[in-house]
Design a protein around this ligand. Structure first.
Ligand SMILES: Nc1nc2c(c(=O)[nH]1)N[C@H]1C(S)=C(S)[C@@H](COP(=O)(O)OP(=O)(O)OC[C@H]3O[C@@H](n4cnc5c(=O)[nH]c(N)nc54)[C@H](O)[C@@H]3O)O[C@H]1N2
Ligand SMILES: Nc1nc2c(c(=O)[nH]1)N[C@H]1C(S)=C(S)[C@@H](COP(=O)(O)OP(=O)(O)OC[C@H]3O[C@@H](n4cnc5c(=O)[nH]c(N)nc54)[C@H](O)[C@@H]3O)O[C@H]1N2
Ligand SMILES: [Mo]
Length: 764
């Protein structure tokens, strides 16, 4: 292992005085407006803030780099969202990380800074190289940087010793070129952030309904009678979804919130724009909060299905004609005992009956979910249980009804659609091959966890990251660092500084790229890119700001220039990227659903990709039916004296990017190293809020430790605790992953809480 001496892979503590206030009861409102303006002005200045915020999600503007929630027709004057505004300000900030900055600090010194500090230093302005044995980054020309990467890839005797990671902000055009490059080279090693995010949704839905995507559009929310929001915190992570929920609610829809925490966004909501109409009241959103225990959702779904069976609220015709597996499901559900349902979910039969009744009376139910379901050992299974509940009432391919995995990164869904996948289907590869004149490898590539394992074995020479922050986003930080240190060359295409620039292979390169907000000029003039939102709508994104530095290159250009240097495949890569219409023409031929791409995507609202369950209630499964897939309930018992921990996002972060040290809605300010804990559990240990503890995680006889966390009494079920990602990633075991999707179980980590310095064998 060749890690640079003293480089810290784990985020050092930041912030000091922890301030606490009450859990907020109203989301958004004036505090949201002032918070986003303040972030904007601090980072961009007033004039740029106003200009930038008026370009977000407009037909002639750029797609918000925040989340993948769709925009209503792309047309309101100003689709306001506090956290979208923060994401934009963060990208468009004025400060620069330039060669002089890198001259000032060694990599080891930078690694002692917090993630918050690293991100706030500004936009990376130049290509940089960290040479073998050196401790500082130096400037390098684009040509030399690309030449170095091309040589390393070619010196490696096996294309499978190169790995190409993607984070979900990459445009369709860049992602398509990137996968074409990897497959022409001869590898499917394309792990992406989906592997650690919604992979369980893709896998679960693919098996059940023949497409790994949701089946609703924004319009369906207006016609829904019931909306379930399961394992998701939209007030923070998808704030614009609250507008859809409010509008649905005004039309009479009921909202059921299923979450171990009473997340503020779902309690009351105040649309920031309403102030302009001099309307000051807030509106309540969730009609019911089911405070399920972490991991208790499968049991809850069994309970809800029992009620549907008892009430005969079934779509018999749909079940008979369009599905299979119903009898098996009924047998399983009937066998499940109420005592187990109550024990595992932490809810009473009465509570579940009340929710079940609301569902029984609905003609149109939507189920939404995010990481609270996917990042569990039974992530795939529990999503199939939600699907079973929706299917039995025929709530699919019907107005106002359907399944809605709410995606994270703004183009994570598009990246997968255009080929970023380590397990591509034969159908996809055949069309790609014939359109592009290549023979793609058929052997499956590595996902995120497998890539880390291969790096640890020394089986990876080149690790290329298209965006993201691999070291901080992945599990078991120290184990992953050992893997990265084993690689010969690591490359990061980035906008902002992060820990993945510091925890590297023998040699490391940073390639600075344009962000969504910036004007992209190629040989034939200004370009736009395209993205797909969470509901399968493909539309344009056009940057409007002057680039942060004239040394930045666009992601499509970077891929094309690298392919041009690496491959000898006869393709004119530079011509493809000289006008992105050329890339889209090739995509039209190579991808299903992208026919006439260039003309269709130019319409104001873009176009919808085919979605058989939604469009025609048909299912692209081997027997053309939707599948009820039933499962035994998982074991959710927590060993005596231990806790189960979920790692979640605060209101002031975007994944590993820390905007600030607060979590306003949850009433936590100034410090992120906190453990949210049930007050009765604290009394049992004799602890008060701010008590200092060390956390040890346990998995299959192994332990990981992280010291110095403050306990905070919180409204969370007994036996459950919550900490923030990425600080807590050091505790997530590398091989604790979901069955079938291999997604790390970031919401189910068995832990002990110890007195500072206490050994694990000294537990009482
Ligand atoms: N501002 C902002 N926006 C973002 C992001 C961001 O970091 N910041 N990240 C983006 C990305 S990539 C993603 S994937 C999404 C993530 O969006 P979310 O999934 O909303 O993000 P998390 O903070 O991981 O929240 C998980 C929620 O699930 C709940 N939960 C945890 N375990 C369980 C369980 O067992 N059962 C149930 N029912 N609930 C549970 C938690 O209490 C929490 O409310 O947001 C996207 N949007
Ligand atoms: N414990 C725990 N771990 C988790 C999760 C969790 O809930 N708990 N959530 C998981 C989830 S859902 C996800 S999606 C992953 C996220 O994993 P990643 O996508 O790998 O991480 P991000 O923090 O989103 O990446 C941030 C970096 O992306 C770069 N960047 C930003 N915009 C652009 C751009 O336009 N182009 C390029 N090239 N780079 C850009 C910046 O340099 C920034 O520092 O983390 C996962 N990890
Ligand atoms: Mo995500």
């Amino acid at each position: 292992m060749s890690g640079r001496k003293g480089v810290s892979a784990v985020t050092p503590p930041d912030g000091n005085s922890l301030k606490l206030s009450k859990i907020k009861s109203v989301a958004a409102g004036i505090p949201a407006a002032t918070s986003s303006m303040a972030h904007g002005i601090k980072k961009m200045g007033l004039i740029k803030t106003v200009k930038t915020l008026t370009l977000v999600n407009q037909p002639e503007g750029f797609d918000c780099p925040g989340c993948a929630w769709p925009d209503p027709e792309h047309s309101t004057a100003f689709e306001f969202c506090e956290n979208g505004a923060k994401a934009v300000a963060d990208e468009a900030m004025k400060a620069k990380v330039n060669p002089a900055f890198f001259e000032k600090y060694t990599v080891q010194e930078l690694s002692e800074k917090s993630d918050y500090w690293l991100n706030s230093q500004g936009r990376i302005s130049h290509p940089m190289i960290l040479k073998k044995g050196h401790d500082k980054y130096q400037e390098i020309s684009w040509d030399d940087a690309l030449e170095t990467i091309a040589n390393s890839i070619n010196q490696s005797n096996d294309p499978n010793r190169s790995v190409f990671y993607t984070s979900g902000r990459t445009s369709n055009e860049a992602a398509f070129l990137y996968q074409l490059f990897a497959r022409t080279l001869g590898t499917n090693n394309m792990p992406d952030c989906s592997n650690i995010c919604h992979e369980s949704s893709g896998r679960g839905l693919g098996e059940a309904i023949g497409i790994g995507k949701g089946t609703v559009t924004l319009d369906d929310f207006e016609h829904a009678e019931v909306i379930m929001v399961v394992g998701q915190n939209p007030g923070t992570n998808h704030p614009r979804m609250l507008t859809a929920l409010r509008d649905a609610k005004r039309k009479g829809s009921k909202i059921i919130h299923i979450n171990p925490l009473p997340e503020t966004g779902l309690v009351r909501f105040k649309h920031p724009q309403d102030y302009m109409k001099l309307s000051f009241g807030s509106e309540s959103l969730a009609d019911m909060h089911l405070q399920v225990k972490i991991g208790g959702d499968a049991a809850l779904m069994h309970g809800l299905m029992k009620i549907q069976l008892e009430n005969e609220s079934l779509d018999h015709e749909f079940i008979k004609n369009s599905t299979s597996g119903f009898e098996d499901l009924v047998a399983k559900i009937t066998k499940t005992k109420w005592s187990q349902i109550e024990n595992d979910s932490g809810l009473t039969k009465n509570q579940i009956e009340d929710a079940g009744k609301i569902l029984s009376e609905s003609n149109a139910t939507i189920a939404c979910w995010a990481m609270g379901l996917t990042q569990h050992r039974n992530g795939v299974a529990v999503i199939q249980e939600v699907t079973n509940l929706i299917l039995m009432g025929g709530h699919i391919g019907r107005k106002g009804a359907g399944l809605c995995p709410v995606r994270g990164h703004s183009n994570v869904q598009g990246d997968r659609t255009v080929g970023i996948w380590e397990r591509p289907s034969e159908k996809f590869l055949q069309r790609l091959d014939s359109a592009c004149g290549i023979t793609s490898p058929r052997e499956h590539g590595l996902d995120v966890v497998q890539a880390i394992q291969k790096m640890r074995e020394g089986a990876v020479d080149v690790f290329f990251c298209m965006g993201g922050n691999f070291i901080s986003a992945t599990p078991d930080t120290n184990a992953t660092a050992q893997g990265l240190n084993n690689v010969k060359l690591t490359i990061q295409v980035s906008t902002k500084l992060n820990r993945s620039h510091l925890v590297t292979g023998e040699t490391a390169i940073i390639l600075p790229c344009l962000g969504r907000t910036e004007i992209d000029v190629q040989d034939t003039g200004n370009q736009f890119v395209t993205v797909e939102n969470s509901m399968g709508i493909v539309h344009t994104s056009i940057g409007g700001l002057k680039p942060a530095s004239n040394m930045l290159r666009s992601e499509p250009w970077i891929v094309a220039a690298l392919a041009d240097k690496t491959l000898d495949d006869g393709r004119d890569w530079m011509d493809l990227v000289s006008n992105y219409d050329n890339i889209r023409d090739l995509m039209s031929r190579a991808l299903f659903g992208f026919e006439d791409y260039n003309s269709r995507v130019r319409s104001d609202s873009g176009f919808a990709l085919p979605n058989p369950p939604r469009d025609s209630r048909t299912f692209a499964t081997p027997d053309s039916k939707a599948h009820f897939i039933s499962h035994e309930l998982p074991d959710v018992d927590i060993p005596e004296g231990k806790y189960v921990m979920m790692t979640i996002r605060s209101h002031d972060q975007y994944n590993t990017t820390i905007y600030d040290l607060h979590d306003r809605y949850r009433g936590i300010h100034g410090n992120r190293r906190v453990v949210l804990m049930n007050a009765d559990d604290m009394v049992k240990r004799g602890w008060k809020t701010r008590h200092l503890v060390d956390i040890v995680s346990h998995f299959e006889g192994t332990e990981r430790r992280s010291d110095g966390w403050q306990v905070v009494a919180y409204d969370i079920p007994r036996g459950n605790i919550a900490t923030y990602f990425p600080e807590a990633n050091v505790l997530v075991p590398l091989t604790s992953t979901a069955e079938k999707s291999n997604t790390p179980t970031s919401k189910w980590i068995i832990c002990s809480l110890l007195e500072p310095g206490q050994g694990i064998f000294e537990e009482e």
